[in-house]
Design a protein around this ligand. Structure first.
Ligand code: DX5
Ligand code: ZN
Length: 217
């Protein structure tokens, strides 16, 4: 299976979001990555559920929602109503991760677990069987346009090993500082989904950049 590409709309034009969603619809992108930030879990505030609901009305690709918030378990039903396909919560934000993952599944969504750059893969040993995706943060979450942390490649290698040893189908998504150069290394290391914000939206032809990211082998 070839890797997926999920443009992050954090770097889109908020004055003309519809045009950017239509661009993603036309493109080879697989998912639309939506970053929700609360100003507490991360030092930034982005957008929330009303915006995601509007996006859902015109999106022709699944919504991949990355919640950088404390207490994500409070918003599972809201997230479902907003139309999320994948609900990704942070390991660091969940006291009862197993319960939260089960509740996401009960609501009918896929469950992803994100790890901050300092959080080791080994902490997933007892939850990896229950989740659909692991999101490796390759920058400290909160902002677009940051530099890729090289150690993320090592984390992908260990995660890949953990997943294949157990014969699981858990997907590996990488988010932060992804461009054609880092993207190539990530795909080689075993990433299944590349999230890219500034690399896509800073281009004069974002659709072509999505094509280039999708063509990495
Ligand atoms: C950062 C967000 C990312 C962000 C990535 O906290 O989770 O999804 O949009 O931006 P780039 O691709 O510019 O690093
Ligand atoms: Zn993200």
């Amino acid at each position: 299976m070839t890797h997926k590409v999920a443009p992050s709309i954090l770097s889109a034009d908020f004055l003309n979001l519809e045009a950017d969603i239509e661009m993603i619809n036309r493109s080879e992108a697989d998912w639309i990555h939506c970053d929700v930030m609360d100003g507490t879990f991360v030092p930034n505030i982005s957008f929330g559920f009303p915006v995601i609901k509007q996006i859902k009305k015109i999106a022709r690709k699944p919504l991949d929602v990355h919640l950088m918030i404390v207490y994500p378990d409070k918003y599972i039903d809201v997230m479902k109503d907003a139309g999320a396909y994948m609900m990704t919560i942070h390991y660091e934000a969940c006291l009862h991760l197993h319960r939260t993952v089960a509740a996401i599944h009960d609501a009918g969504m896929k469950a992803g677990v994100a790890l901050n750059p300092h959080t080791p893969i080994s902490l997933l040993e007892d939850i990896i069987h229950d989740i659909d995706m692991v999101l490796i943060m390759s920058v400290n979450p909160g902002f677009g346009g940051q530099r890729f942390i090289e150690n993320s490649l090592r984390k992908i290698n260990s995660l890949k090993e953990m997943i294949s040893k157990r014969n699981l189908k858990t997907l590996i998504e990488v988010d932060g500082g992804v461009n054609v150069e880092t993207g190539k290394k990530l795909v080689d290391a075993g990433a299944d989904i590349l999230v890219a914000g500034s690399a896509v939206f800073a281009e004069s032809d974002p659709e072509d950049m999505i094509h280039r990211l999708k063509s990495l082998v």
